[in-house]
Design a protein around this ligand. Structure first.
Ligand code: SF4
Length: 402
């Protein structure tokens, strides 16, 4: 296994859902209590391994995502977070986020999350319109979502809400209503995603069978512009292509990805990055449990930490992990398009410092073409997306690929 000189954050994947949403291609399996118990033991073993290969163990953030982390008994997060604290240090104001689904959240769970140290929620609202919640295959309805937002506002002042737009059949007026209804709750952070169809999902199959008509690119762009204008009026900062925050509520965890800093991740399907290598756990819970077993002997874990040896031999590691060594060109490209996602864009000095090369020389032709198409701008030693560039971001990012 590789080494991490440092890691700024850790992502924990909770791969359980009660059913599959019609648009979702994330890795998840059906929730059962037995599976969760086995998974917790395996997760602790992986955390020990990750700690053993990380030199500077100071985390800025922990993100518990899924799947549906809020399906699990809330008390489980005491043991998970205690285990992370046992192996890593956290900065005093570390951001600790959990993704929650309105269908499985209760006041009791929210209280327990807070007691466990979780200080931020990411709430999968997705829509406030019953027609589209049903089309998306969500477990919640509008009324339920509104009630849960009220509840969340009572217990958490730091939370994000996800909203999907450009849903088949959705009009601009319907999206505006969703957005305005959501804004009544004044969520400190909003993530807005246009619906993408991924192979293997129910919506994709319907689309392939001509049973679904996707919105036009023009309508998609109109919705994006509408959201940007409405949220600006409501004092949100559009700090990343898909993300808006009130002052002081940017997602610190995600910023680590956008700044191309090293990060750790645990669980099937989870991806870690140490600055040179990316390694991804295979998205296969059974394989993961087989690899780690269900033993949770503290002796094995402590030995792993002290000797800096993984608890499994490296020959079998590839049963569970895929390793990718990034070339210099790939790293430069990833750095560029991740930075371009943010409002501040690419800081030319930072690129120079990191890669010992001049960004404008490395990508001279690409920069000229993107500027000519009004997709990027340059000012004050940085290059960033124009409004047009934000809407056509994938076209911009492709330009940087080696
Ligand atoms: S709850 Fe989330 S992870 Fe689970 S199927 Fe739905 S969108 Fe996917």
């Amino acid at each position: 296994m590789l080494n991490f000189p440092k890691a700024n954050s850790i992502y924990i994947h909770i791969p359980f859902c009660s059913s599959k949403c019609a648009y979702c291609d994330f890795y998840s399996v059906k929730y059962t209590k037995k599976r969760v118990d086995q998974y917790w033991d395996a997760l602790f073993l992986e955390l020990a391994e990750l700690a053993a290969i990380t030199d500077q163990k100071l985390l800025q953030s922990i993100y518990i995502g899924g799947g549906t982390p809020s399906l699990i008994k809330a008390e489980k997060y005491f043991s998970l977070l205690n285990k992370i604290r046992q192996y890593f240090k956290l900065v005093p104001d570390a951001e600790i986020t959990i993704e929650v689904n309105p269908a499985s959240i209760t006041a009791e769970k929210l209280i327990i999350y807070r007691r466990a140290g979780i200080n931020r929620l990411s709430v999968g609202i997705q829509s406030l319109n019953d027609k589209y919640l049903s089309l998306l295959g969500r477990k919640s309805n509008r009324q339920h979502n509104l009630e849960k937002l009220t509840l969340i506002n009572r217990f958490f002042n730091n939370y994000s809400t996800d909203l999907i737009f450009a849903i088949p059949g959705q009009t601009l007026a319907e999206f505006k209503k969703d957005l305005n209804d959501l804004l009544k709750f004044e969520p400190p952070h909003i993530s807005l995603y246009n619906l993408e169809l991924h192979p293997g999902t129910k919506l994709y199959q319907q689309y392939q069978a001509d049973k679904l008509e996707m919105p036009t690119e023009e309508l998609d762009a109109e919705m994006y512009d509408l959201a940007a204008a409405e949220l600006k009026k409501a004092a949100y900062n559009h700090y990343e292509i898909s993300n808006y925050a009130r002052q002081g509520y940017r997602a610190r965890h995600n910023f680590i990805y956008w700044l191309y800093q090293p990060y750790l991740a645990a669980g099937p399907g989870a991806v870690s990055f140490n600055g040179n290598y990316r390694f991804q756990n295979k998205a296969d819970l059974k394989n993961y449990l087989l690899y780690y077993g269900t033993a949770n002997s503290e002796n094995i874990l402590e030995q792993s930490i002290q000797t800096k040896k993984p608890t499994r031999n490296s020959a079998s590691e590839f049963q569970v992990r895929q390793l990718e060594k990034l070339t210099a060109k790939e790293k430069q490209a990833e750095f560029a398009f991740l930075a371009l996602r943010t409002e501040r864009g690419i800081l030319l000095n930072e690129f120079q410092k990191r890669f010992k090369q001049d960004f404008k020389k490395v990508y001279q032709a690409e920069i000229n073409s993107l500027k000519a198409n009004q997709l990027i701008k340059e000012a004050n030693n940085r290059i960033y997306l124009t409004n047009r560039g934000k809407k056509l971001a994938n076209e911009v990012f492709i330009k940087f690929l080696p």
